[in-house]
Design a binder for this molecule. Structure first.
Ligand SMILES: Cc1cc2nc3c(=O)[nH]c(=O)nc-3n(C[C@H](O)[C@H](O)[C@H](O)COP(=O)(O)OP(=O)(O)OC[C@H]3O[C@@H](n4cnc5c(N)ncnc54)[C@H](O)[C@@H]3O)c2cc1C
Length: 569
């Protein structure tokens, strides 16, 4: 048995969740090992849709361009019954609001993982393949892990932290004795990646609500190639159908009005619908992420995307704690935030799967009639954008998410003072983005008038960002804001980057890079910052804390709950 020196964190499994966790660990200054039992990454197309929030995360990590350049943007999703079109959802026309990537991106999982692994390698990380987790034991200060290598030798590693990203059949989960809570519907789907010989657009998807079973046709980046997915109501989970080109062609002929020839079947698979969440996302020094923590049907394409968000949510917290910059409550929030998100997700995906797999004739008729009404409303169509893209996930119930709001009478008093000049609703702080929400984005005019950048770029990095808004109506003097900014910076140093946002163009005359002049008040408006107020943004671009007044004492009280001061006072 070999005993090795250890990294700060060991990642089990190099799928999308593990690759995100490993790269994020390095970006946040941790040493890392990532192992996988397989000899190479997946060669299969599996998860096809990378959603808008994942692309934002990839942008923050630094490799979004590689993914976007190798994917195909969906133009639309057309919903039919037989030969009748019920609805056409054109993705460019949806209300994406502040999304930087306002589309669904089709890209095979093998290619997404290639981009992720290249990114990891650029950061100096290597996936150790043919290496399997076989045992794990927890001690107060470390986890003792046994790894089996290709030559059957066993390596023992004592490591401070472990992240189990080892997929739906997770060995980490089993070794910890964690339960999966939920149920299996056991509806059977078959799929195949084929070339379509038709004259329909290359970048459009189709959903056929056939009474024989729903059909999905999803474009892949390769010219002429599409993913076919068929619900097979008659099949039971124990049957393993042989998926041939002939079977897929017959199903196309039987369930759709497309007069299309298919060829070149490169990958096929069967999957069943299951909806489970792990009982705990963390047990002491071991965390669960990705499919190891939640299993759901691929309807809506959420699996790969939510695993990426798990890892992105976890690693900055782990790094801050490990480096002695944060308190345990911050790391505890991983479980609360991602467990609740996973539960909500399986509920929603479970309902959607139930609707698409309805079998009884009256239910089917009703579903198709309702679909033709609902899917043509703006509300439902827009849900196909931001909602499915995971841009509106909130952590409002997180223990580390706080807002200090004035009482309504105080607000009324202030607003009344300015009632002749203010549109009250627009400038009510309560209407601004709440603590626990993804921070809103906005395009900003850059110095060069031909370029623009967006507000998210300002928060880029591994630190918190403090936004001290001068407000429009009652700006406190600049010296007070500069003093708060300097105090926070000296107390928390690299953990927090403060900025003062002011509407006064005279304020940055001496070129202070921490002062942002918001001359057109667009940032103030976005944050409902009509009065002076402050927002604290987390490294994962969520609002950690906001306060309706700039109050150093309240801010310090919040920060002292989650972060460790470098300088006492
Ligand atoms: C047909 C199909 C279509 C899908 N479509 C979509 C979609 O469109 N959008 C979407 O978001 N999701 C989709 N999914 C789901 C998606 O593929 C998964 O959610 C995703 O792969 C999960 O990523 P992960 O990193 O958590 O786990 P995995 O990708 O399963 O990776 C786990 C890794 O851990 C390794 N491992 C396991 N055990 C051990 C061990 N003991 N020691 C070391 N290594 C170990 C495995 O070799 C593997 O590489 C689809 C899935 C399927 C099957």
């Amino acid at each position: 048995m070999l005993t090795t020196t250890t990294p700060d964190v060991l990642i089990i499994g190099a799928g999308p969740a593990g690759l995100t966790a490993a790269a994020e660990a390095i970006r946040h200054g941790l040493t890392v090992r990532i192992i996988d039992q397989n000899e190479s990454r997946t060669l299969f197309s599996k998860a096809l849709v990378v959603h808008s929030r994942s692309l934002e995360i990839f942008q923050d990590m630094g490799f979004a361009d590689d993914v976007v350049n190798n994917g195909k943007k969906f133009r639309s999703l057309n919903i039919h019954t037989g030969n009748k079109e019920l609805s056409r959802i054109v993705f460019q026309e949806l209300n994406w609001k502040d999304a930087v990537f306002p589309y669904w991106l089709s890209i095979p999982q093998s290619e997404t993982e290639r981009c992720m692994e290249d990114h990891l390698s650029d950061l100096g990380g290597i996936v150790e393949r043919n290496t399997e987790l076989v045992d794990l034991e927890q001690f107060p200060d470390y986890v003792r892990v046994s790894l089996k290598h290709q030559d059957n030798s066993i390596e023992r590693v004592d490591v401070p932290w472990v992240v189990g990203c080892d997929g739906a059949r997770s060995k980490t989960r089993n070794l910890l004795g964690l339960e999966l809570e939920g149920k299996a519907d056991d509806e059977v789907f078959i799929l195949g990646d084929v070339i379509f010989d038709w004259d329909l657009p290359e970048d459009e998807g189709h959903n056929i609500l056939s009474t024989d079973g729903i059909v999905l046709i999803v474009p892949l980046p390769e010219k002429g190639r599409f993913r076919l997915i068929f619900h097979m109501p008659e099949l039971s989970v124990t049957e393993e159908p042989e998926i041939t080109l002939e079977l897929l062609q017959n199903l196309i002929n039987q369930r759709t009005a497309f007069n299309a020839q298919i060829s070149d079947l490169t990958w096929s698979s069967t999957f069943t619908s299951k909806h489970f969440v792990v009982s705990e996302h963390r047990q002491r020094r071991v965390f669960m992420a990705g499919d190891a923590a939640h299993i759901h049907s691929p309807v809506g394409g959420q699996g790969l995307n939510s695993g990426i968000q798990d890892a992105y949510n976890l690693m900055w917290k782990l790094a801050l704690l490990h480096h002695g910059q944060a308190l345990p409550e911050l790391l505890d929030s991983y479980t609360v935030e991602r467990h609740k998100t996973a539960q909500d997700l399986i509920t929603r995906v479970g309902t959607a799967t139930k609707i698409v797999t309805l079998k009884n004739a009256i239910g089917l008729q009703l579903r198709n009639q309702l679909a033709s009404i609902l899917l043509n409303t703006d509300k439902m169509q827009n849900r196909m954008g931001r909602d499915i893209a995971m841009l509106d996930i909130e952590y409002e119930n997180s223990p580390v998410v706080v807002q200090d709001l004035l009482s309504q009478s105080k607000v009324d008093q202030i607003l009344n003072k300015f009632k002749y000049v203010l549109d009250q609703k627009k400038h009510d702080f309560h209407q601004g983005p709440s603590a626990g929400m993804r921070v809103p984005n906005i395009m900003l005019p850059a110095n060069d008038s031909t370029q623009t950048s967006n507000l998210h770029d300002l928060y880029q990095g591994t630190h918190y960002t403090l936004m001290l808004f001068s407000g429009v109506t009652n700006a406190p003097d600049m010296d007070t804001l500069l003093e708060i900014s300097a105090t926070v910076q000296s107390q928390y140093q690299a953990s927090i980057q403060p900025y003062i946002i002011t509407v006064d163009p005279q304020s940055d005359l001496d070129g202070n890079q921490h002062i942002i002049v918001d001359a057109d008040k667009s940032i103030h408006e976005l944050y409902a910052a009509w009065q002076s107020c402050l927002y604290l943004i987390r490294p994962d671009k969520y609002i950690a804390y906001r306060s309706q007044t700039i109050n150093q004492k309240q801010l310090t009280a919040y920060l002292d709950r989650i972060l460790v001061r470098k300088v006492a006072n």
